[in-house]
Design a protein. Structure first.
Length: 156
């Protein structure tokens, strides 16, 4: 677990469906993810072999006087998640990078990406498919666009 003042980043393979769903919805990704299909969300989590989370340290926030009303779901509410498929040798695909809307703009997405990279080590490349609204974020944190990528759409 890595601590960054008020945010705790950690590998969390047993992340629960309700928290995952909530962050997808709060981040805006719920519009393009099957958030109403619990079996599919379960399969998505079980199929990922690297799940990195960002959780607020509420005790630290209370001491700092920061207002994160609406996120207080216990001592360490989930505010971000990176769901990944990795071979831990050559490449890692980030299938979801979601940060709750109230926590966007605070460096949580970059923190998740940094923790994923730390977990993987320097010999593993990272790839993802960006939502159009997030392209500038990925460019800003140093990712490069790849022109030769291909896609086969899902049937459902």
């Amino acid at each position: 677990m890595v601590e960054n003042s008020h945010v705790l980043y950690a590998r969390e393979p047993a992340l629960g469906i309700p928290e995952f769903r909530r962050v997808l919805v709060e981040s805006g990704l719920g519009e393009v993810r099957p958030v109403d299909d619990e079996a599919r969300l379960k399969a998505m989590l079980e199929g990922a072999n690297l799940i990195v989370t960002a959780r607020l340290d509420m005790a630290h926030l209370d001491r700092a006087g920061l207002d994160m009303a609406g996120l207080d779901m216990g001592g360490r509410p989930l505010i971000g998640v990176a769901r990944c498929l990795a071979d831990f040798s050559w490449v890692c695909y980030i299938s979801d990078l979601a940060v709750s809307a109230k926590a966007q703009g605070l460096g949580i997405g970059k923190g998740l990406m940094d923790e994923v990279a730390r977990q993987l080590g320097p010999s593993v490349a990272i790839s993802l498919i960006s939502m159009p609204d997030a392209v500038r974020f990925y460019e800003r944190i140093g990712m490069k666009r790849v022109p030769d990528a291909f896609w086969i759409s899902r049937k459902r």
